[in-house]
Design a protein around this ligand. Structure first.
Ligand code: PMP
Length: 380
């Protein structure tokens, strides 16, 4: 199987696997004061430092969660509870969009959705208009889009949002571990991540909360007050240890992996564009994550294309919303038609992708698209 679905989840890095197993083999609750407890707490401390190093922030600014979904929920809930409006974009992950809709549902007019252009870039005029309305509690914009890989220039957005008195949150789930993030330079207040996107285990993530930011924190889970009250419950020591080890390995490999992944993605894209007629790459050229390509094969529904190439793991729009037959809100938000959105495949590569994966994906995709188009033309 050629695995090209890193944006859904990446294979575990060997370093993460080792850290998970080592932590699972030891007994001890990270809150206990005896030696076993201290051992667990130390694994958590190490992981917190490793995640903080990946982001260039301090350990005290990291809150471990069950993933980016929970981190997004926590961030928006806390920031919105100060009162005011919530500004976000139409192409966010459901973990932000649905949370934003839910939080604002009882106070009409408090959700301000900013559109994107046909390249998937946030409409800055619309963002400024949303801020000019005043009373904005938080601006939440994703660092990199999960379907197209389109990147958001966070610095000018954070500056404008702060000037308007709003907090800034970014869902950086797809960017963390793939491109450098420097929180000493990037002035966001809150950032979400999920470990399994960069080679850690599934079910672990973190929320960065900048020190000194005044935030009426509103936990989702109450209890023993772990994670400085942000999230009660016995810590998932093994998962957290795996997240830390993956963060360290991702930081270490980033420069090299980034170049390799970009080369493979570019060769996948150019081969497909050359060999398949009537296709279009979605997302701003040059402003995308190195490992992602979203390609519309006109006249070839993506579900049929994927079914016709069982030797390739890719996804139809976003795997996170799979099971739902509705078309990608990201592509619709970029002005694509429903047919175009339904005929789009996302390939996403990562640290362990190889030339072989690309060669296999190209030959299977070319064959599958031709086959599906031929079948469509005989049924019409
Ligand atoms: N945000 C983005 C941009 C994502 O791609 C994902 C995962 N698909 C999430 C949030 C949610 O992550 P998790 O399912 O690990 O909580």
């Amino acid at each position: 199987l050629a695995y090209l679905d890193y944006n859904a989840t990446a294979p575990m890095r060997p370093e993460a696997e080792q850290a998970v197993l080592a932590a699972m083999r030891t007994v001890g609750n990270a809150s206990s004061t005896h030696r076993s407890g201290r051992d667990a707490a130390q694994r958590v401390d190490t992981a917190r430092r490793q995640v903080a190093e990946l982001l260039n922030c301090t350990s005290g600014e990291i809150v471990f969660t069950s993933g980016a979904t929970e981190a997004n929920n926590l961030a928006l809930r806390a920031a919105f509870s100060a009162g005011g409006a919530l500004v976000t974009s139409t192409v966010e992950h459901p973990a932000v969009l649905e949370t934003a809709k839910n939080l604002t549902s009882e106070t009409p007019g408090t959700l301000r959705l900013v559109p994107v252009n046909e390249d998937g870039l946030v409409d800055l005029d619309a963002l400024h208009d949303a801020l000019a309305g005043g009373g904005v509690a938080v601006v939440s914009l994703m660092a990199a889009n999960n379907e197209t890989g389109v990147l958001t220039a966070l610095a000018p957005i954070a500056e404008a949002a702060h000037a308007a008195g709003a907090l800034v949150h970014t869902d950086a789930t797809q960017m963390v571990g793939r491109l450098p993030i420097d929180l000493a330079e990037t002035d966001v207040d809150l950032l979400s991540l999920s470990a399994h996107k960069f080679g850690g285990p599934q079910g672990v993530g973190a929320l960065f909360v900048r020190r000194g930011v005044s935030l009426p924190y509103r936990p989702l889970i109450f209890g023993g007050g772990q994670e400085r009250g942000w999230r009660a419950g016995t810590l998932n020591v093994a998962g957290i240890a795996g997240a830390g080890a993956a963060a360290e390995a991702a930081l270490h490999g980033m420069a090299h992996e980034g170049v390799q992944v970009a080369r493979l993605r570019d060769s996948l894209e150019s081969a497909l564009v050359e060999q398949v007629t009537d296709c279009r790459i979605n997302g701003a050229p040059g402003l995308r994550l190195p490992g992602v390509t979203s390609i519309t094969f006109r006249g070839a529904p993506a579900d049929a294309v994927l079914a016709a190439m069982p030797d390739v793991a890719a996804s139809e729009g976003s795997a996170c919303a799979s099971g739902a037959p509705s078309p990608s809100h990201v592509l619709l938000g970029m002005g694509r038609s429903r047919d175009e959105a339904d005929s789009t495949v996302r390939f996403s590569l990562g640290y362990a992708s190889t030339d072989r994966d690309v060669i296999q994906a190209v030959s299977s995709t070319v064959r599958a698209v031709r086959q599906v188009r031929a079948a469509m033309s005989t049924t019409v």
